[in-house]
Design a protein around this ligand. Structure first.
Ligand SMILES: [Zn+2]
Length: 255
């Protein structure tokens, strides 16, 4: 059954890339800006709003109630923690009002996370392939949606699964975008223990880090909001200040 074939990669994706123990980035394979070289205790929390065609089907069929974890946003606002949010085009089409609302809040900045969340370079944790001919459209369709629904956004692009090769990066950069990765994988995909997420993140953050977490919630990232207060508390206790990607980009890129 086609539907099952499409659903399996999502679980593999979460299991391998996100629910595995939080770890530092994918090393040489990971292009773009992954952290800032600084001794200042600054850290950028980022949240990706994934939406694949399969996730959209789950929403429309009622299997999943929502792919917008509003509690994450509520906690960030309550704690006054700035964050950078990478939105897929399918997510923006599903939540245009939320996109507008988030873009109007100076606490947040929005970036581009492709249109349909496929893999630009395979293998990519079982994500379906973005064909070479669709690569530009994957960036541009979401660019157009951000222009339409957001009051402001940044020309930052994060590859789905952080999977890219040099030619993918060149293509995105040729469109005026800066490629943003991360050096701390939040491990919130499919993880049911919020304490484990928080411990993993806090244990890997260093000055200038970029933390990759998720905004879609639902069964694919069920505990992000429950881990977030712990993450914020632990990092503040260690003297960290939260900043946006635009703040980190003013510092020199680190490895
Ligand atoms: Zn993603």
């Amino acid at each position: 059954m086609k539907r099952h074939k499409l659903r399996i990669p999502l679980w593999i994706f979460g299991a391998l890339s996100l629910a595995s123990s939080p770890a530092t980035g994918a090393g040489a394979q990971q292009a773009g800006f992954n952290r800032a070289a600084t001794t200042q205790k600054v850290v950028a929390l980022t949240f990706d709003a994934d939406m694949t065609p399969g996730m959209l089907r789950e929403l429309k069929s009622g299997k999943v109630a929502s792919w917008y974890n509003e509690n994450v946003i509520a906690i960030l606002r309550k704690e006054r923690v700035p964050a950078t949010l990478f939105l897929t085009g399918l997510w923006i089409e599903t939540y245009p009002a939320a996109t507008r609302n988030l873009s109007g809040d100076p606490l947040f900045e929005l970036g581009n996370h492709s249109y349909s969340h496929g893999g630009f370079r395979l293998p990519c944790y079982g994500l379906s392939a973005i064909g070479k001919s669709s690569e530009t459209a994957e960036v541009q369709k979401t660019d157009a949606l951000l222009k339409k629904h957001a009051t402001a956004f940044r020309k930052y692009f994060r590859f789905p699964g952080l999977c890219s090769a040099a030619d993918n990066v060149r293509n995105v950069e040729a469109q005026g975008y800066t490629v943003i990765g991360g050096d701390v994988h939040g491990g919130d995909g499919f993880e049911r223990n919020p304490a484990r997420i928080a411990l993993g993140v806090a244990g890997h953050v260093r000055p200038g880090s970029i933390v990759v977490l998720h905004l879609h919630g639902g069964p694919n990232a069920p505990q992000t909001a429950n881990a977030l207060p712990k993450i914020i508390g632990k990092l503040r206790a260690r003297g960290y200040t939260f900043v946006k990607i635009s703040d980190l980009l003013k510092l020199r890129a680190g490895v």
